[in-house]
Ligand binder design. Structure first.
Ligand code: G6P
Length: 361
């Protein structure tokens, strides 16, 4: 096992640091002459409506993609937790497509969703990491992520790989539909190709900051993770990671929803981890954070240079273009949870009560 860890103390850390390679591998052969090559999609009609079904971290990747798919491909998207989807009496439309996302391809609830869609005659596209897995086999088409084996129970690099492929799917459908301006597609592909180099340079810096922050905040019993827009799913993922491996209670919330109840919980012992990056929603997030501060809440905020609201701890990430900011936010929340778990002496790779793949209901 020590050899498999490549000198890293834990599989989780190794897998977080593999993300630059994962992005490269996911892009390999997928971009030709400025075009996205996803032949798996060619056999399917462009969906009139897309229903994404998944569990856990894969569900968060689906939620993240909804923002892009709606904006760039103008496809209406609903994202469903598989365990809910399977017992609802869903209404299907003639041009629906079901997209299931699963690292393992064996999650029981997600597999049940595939079977329900099959019964209803709705085409199914699987986004899986494990080749030949049950979900891959039972889907009409499958796109494979190239994350390589993921050993740590807490999923990290798989989400990064899912985000890359979901981005490519959006570009592909957006180009086919003519809803995506050519210059946006070009910029996106250029920036995506740069991302592995950016991450290789910045991951050690992000880890250092995560380590120093978690020492200071290790006495917290609860955390809020707040974000708006595409940062909302990442807030959910940040909270999930912290719960999974450090056993600190955490809730992910849409920043704008705080005022409808959760803000009542804020006090100096209940810190907030905010995504306050330099995007078009920054001013909205900043005003949400002022409300937290006014109630004595401490705030750690992921920010970009020059555009930061005044908070207790500004965690500056390099400024990259548009939705690609997420590829830096993701390792930041992963490393925060990782360093917190290490600091608290938890079993990072084998957290209590959790399984890598949940193959029973
Ligand atoms: C388990 C794992 C999670 C994972 C979820 C979905 O709960 O502990 O890390 O996100 O299953 O797994 P899947 O293989 O379907 O993506």
């Amino acid at each position: 096992q020590a050899a498999q860890k490549d000198g890293y103390k834990h599989f989780m850390l190794k897998e977080i640091f593999e993300q630059p390679k994962v992005i490269r591998d996911c892009l390999a052969g997928r971009i030709q002459k400025g075009r996205v090559v996803l032949t798996e999609l060619d056999a399917l009609d462009i969906p009139g409506r897309l229903t994404i079904v998944a569990c856990g971290t894969s569900y968060h990747a689906g939620l993240w993609a909804k923002y892009l798919l709606e904006s760039w491909a103008r496809i209406p998207v609903q994202v469903e937790i598989a365990s809910e989807f399977r017992y609802r009496d869903s209404v299907f439309l003639p041009d629906d497509l079901i997209l299931t996302i699963s690292q393992s391809g064996e999650t029981a609830d997600t597999l049940a969703a595939v079977r329900i869609a099959h019964e209803a005659g709705v085409p199914i596209l699987g986004l899986c990491n494990v080749v030949g897995s049950s979900i891959a086999r039972e889907s009409d088409q499958v796109v494979y992520t190239q994350a390589g084996p993921e050993i740590s129970v807490a999923s990290t690099k798989a989400m990064c790989s899912q985000m890359v492929l979901l981005l490519l799917m959006t570009l592909s459908w957006g180009a086919r539909k003519g809803t995506l301006p050519e210059e946006v597609k070009e910029r996106c592909l250029e920036e995506l190709a740069e991302m592995p180099t950016t991450l290789e340079r910045d991951l050690p810096v992000i880890r250092g900051k995560a380590r120093s922050l978690c020492q200071e905040y290790s006495d917290a019993k609860s955390f809020f993770f707040l974000g708006r827009g595409q940062n909302f799913p990442l807030a959910l993922e940040g909270a999930l990671k912290l719960k999974e491996i450090s056993y600190i209670h955490a809730e992910g919330y849409a920043s704008g929803e705080m005022k409808h109840g959760p803000i009542a919980l804020i006090d100096p012992q209940f810190p907030t981890f905010a995504m306050a990056l330099g995007d078009e929603l920054l001013q909205k997030v900043a005003s949400n954070l002022q409300e937290v501060q006014a109630r004595g809440g401490r705030i750690i905020a992921l920010v970009n240079p020059g555009a930061a609201p005044a908070v207790d701890e500004s965690w500056v990430l390099p400024d990259v273009w548009g939705p690609l900011k997420s590829f830096l936010v993701l390792p930041a929340v992963q490393l925060f949870a990782y360093e917190m778990a290490v600091y608290l002496g938890k079993d990072v790779d084998q957290p209590r009560n959790l399984a890598k793949s949940v193959t029973v209901e």
